[in-house]
Design a protein around this ligand. Structure first.
Ligand code: BG6
Length: 544
């Protein structure tokens, strides 16, 4: 008899596969074999693994902004993790560009430290050595023509020595004010023009502007040098496994879609709560605020994935078309004072530590009206969703870090029980736990064991950690790989960016007339006005 708790053969093979893969990679990267051969060389690798054909050709990743937080915490570790998983192309080279008087070794040291501190997969000397062979640094200011000429020469040399064939991805991990000058330089040096048989791509990070007008201008600048098909706009939420799983949940199953509409759904709550404050990001965050920082991009993308119709396929055009349609159908509340709320954290306690308020953070002026909490009620004017509110909320210094999408269903039309027996029965809900504790929960009523017919909420859980032996890659691993492969579905199109600003602009405009946001204690769940907004609709925020 088999032990039901024991991993199945397939699961055991998959676990072994991951370890074997890492070992096989190390061996293969040392030689000249391709990633495909690495995978093929691994007998334990599950042949159904869809990553198999997703192999990038030789290329160079040029990183602008190597000393920034994003590069150190996310991008450089993600590159290493890809290498460790055998997913970097042969000859892969990494070029850093920054205003530092550095040599290759200095950039290599920064990369090494970042990898050691933040990589998801174990540190392996062999993998690191291979990455190290392809590391280069070009010092310079963004407005220094000589520095960009040197970059062009360095890239040409790398093509010769590492066989990267003129394929370059330029990652602009720099504040948007530098985009125009960097793009202009790439144009001037001819680096943005792909010679026959090679490719040139540019990767830009949010914020894509700070309103519709500036987003449009930014796009004009970028498209003056790169064709739309070569522009990869990163919204890292789309790279998260749990976010991609929204599409699997909805469109690979027959269970949910029939009830995924106004006839069954009461409302939807999308929450992105963070326990951290703004840390050292005052320069970026002040004047931007919670809504521009994450609602314009991450939360509206979540809304689009939850509410869109099924795309005819998962290619970029079909997927983007459906997201655009639904974003186009989003309607703001008629009364913005009643349908939105904003707040600013004040001092309080978090994780047993006393923390300062937003206005006392370093670099923030004492009269800043930037919101660190935002809640918005939206509706979607189409047949599927008419009358179903979508409540979006986000905030810094809230009770805990949690991102989730909760689809809350209407109550059963009739309850053939006594009132007392269903007193603590809530509404059915399906909760997509984006992070942490990734998974899905279904909440429904169940009889409490005993002689009475008492009904109470229970939940059924799917947890990634329990169902899969594979660990989830970091969002940036997936997205960087997609850039190198040239696979665009997980990158928002400019039209989505502009539609999202169209939703947000009137709210931002309204808020600027409202003075100081309502203060809320650090470690709490936000301002009272956000609770009042829900109460007016006879609802409450989920307690997380
Ligand atoms: C970024 C925001 O896009 O997402 C940050 O600019 C925020 O303010 C971060 O902290 C959160 O990302 P994650 O993946 O930790 O939820």
């Amino acid at each position: 008899m088999t032990d039901p708790a024991a991993p199945s053969e397939a699961e055991a093979a998959a676990a072994a596969s991951e370890e074997e893969e890492v070992a096989a990679v190390a061996a293969a990267v040392a030689g000249t074999s391709t990633t495909l051969e690495v995978a093929a060389a691994n007998p334990l690798r599950d042949p159904r693994d869809k990553r198999l054909p997703r192999v990038a050709g030789p290329c160079v990743m040029v990183l602008f902004g190597v000393t920034g937080d994003l590069a150190k915490r996310k991008l450089l570790p993600a590159i290493y993790d890809l290498g460790n998983r055998g997913l970097l192309p042969p000859g892969f080279s990494l070029v850093g560009f920054a205003r530092r008087d550095w040599k290759d070794q200095d950039f290599a040291q920064l990369t090494h430290d970042a990898v050691k501190a933040h990589a998801r997969t174990p540190f392996r000397e062999e993998v690191w050595k291979q990455i190290l062979e392809g590391i280069h640094f070009v010092p310079g200011e963004f407005n220094d023509d000589g520095a960009f000429d040197a970059l062009a020469m360095a890239l040409a040399e790398i093509d010769q020595t590492r066989g990267t064939g003129g394929n370059y991805a330029f990652y602009l991990s720099v504040p948007p004010k530098f985009f125009p000058v960097v793009v202009e330089q790439l144009k001037r040096t001819g680096l943005s023009d792909a010679p026959e048989g090679s490719w040139r791509r540019v990767v830009i990070e949010k914020p894509f502007g700070h309103d519709l007008q500036s987003a449009h201008e930014l796009n004009e600048i970028t498209t003056s040098a790169f064709p739309e098909s070569s522009i990869f706009r990163i919204d890292h939420y789309l790279g998260k496994e749990t976010v991609q799983n929204i599409m699997a949940l909805r469109f690979a199953n027959n269970l949910y879609e029939p009830i995924w509409n106004r006839s069954f759904v009461d409302h939807v709550q999308i929450t992105m709560a963070e326990d951290i404050g703004i840390g050292g990001r005052a320069g970026y965050y002040d004047g931007i605020g919670a809504a521009r920082d994450v609602i314009q991009n991450h939360l509206l993308q979540l809304l689009a994935l939850v509410a869109m119709e099924d795309p005819t396929s998962f290619d970029a055009n079909s997927l983007r078309r459906e997201k655009e349609k639904v974003l186009n159908a989003v309607r703001l509340p008629a009364n913005l004072a009643r349908g939105t709320a904003r707040g600013q954290y004040s001092a309080g306690w978090q994780g047993g530590e006393k923390v300062v308020g937003y206005l006392q953070e370093e670099g923030i002026s004492a009269d800043s009206i930037t919101e660190t909490y935002a809640a918005i009620k939206l509706e979607i004017a189409n047949r599927r969703w008419a009358g179903v509110p979508f409540y979006l909320r986000t905030g810094k210094r809230l009770g805990r870090r949690v991102t989730e999408v909760a689809v809350v269903f209407q109550r059963a039309p009739h309850l053939p029980f006594s009132k007392d027996d269903t007193e603590i029965l809530g509404q059915n809900a399906l909760v997509i736990r984006v992070q942490p504790d990734e998974g899905i929960t279904v909440r429904f009523g169940s009889k409490v064991p005993g002689t009475a017919m008492e009904v109470r909420d229970v939940s059924m859980d799917f947890a990634y950690g329990e169902s899969f032996l594979e660990s989830s890659p970091e969002a940036y691993e997936r997205l960087l790989l997609d850039v190198m492969i040239g696979d665009p579905p997980l990158f928002p199109h400019q039209r989505e960016v502009e539609l999202s600003w169209k939703i947000l602009d009137p709210i931002e405009e309204f808020w600027t007339t409202q003075g100081q946001p309502e203060p809320y204690d650090s470690g709490s769940w936000g301002p009272e006005s956000a609770d009042a907004m829900m109460q007016r609709d006879g609802r409450t925020w989920r307690r997380l």
